[in-house]
Design a protein around this ligand. Structure first.
Ligand code: ZN
Length: 95
């Protein structure tokens, strides 16, 4: 397995964890901090995150790492993510 394949596997698993967390509301408080912990460790190794914005906290609605954005009046959502969050991701940990 190449480094890129290993990274892709980690992001794929984190994406699935994020979907599971979104479905089970009572487990979100446990799952989102764990997702963040893994993201921090992977990024610290120099791996860039997918540019979806999902793996940074949202500057608009304060959604946590791994959590879908929350509807806020006056802010448009694209694919459940605020565009400002996608920008933040690109400027920081995104690829
Ligand atoms: Zn948001």
């Amino acid at each position: 397995m190449t480094e890129q394949q290993a990274a892709d596997q980690v992001w794929d698993a984190l994406m699935k964890l994020s979907e599971i967390a979104a479905r089970s509301r009572h487990q979100q408080r446990e799952l989102y901090p764990l997702i963040r912990q893994i993201v921090d460790a992977v990024v610290a190794r120099g791996v860039r995150a997918p540019g979806t914005g999902l793996f940074v906290p949202c500057p608009v609605c304060n959604a946590m790492v791994g959590q879908r954005c929350i509807t806020i009046p006056g802010h448009i959502l694209h694919d459940s993510i605020h565009p400002e969050r996608v920008e933040l991701c690109k400027e920081t940990i995104g690829r």
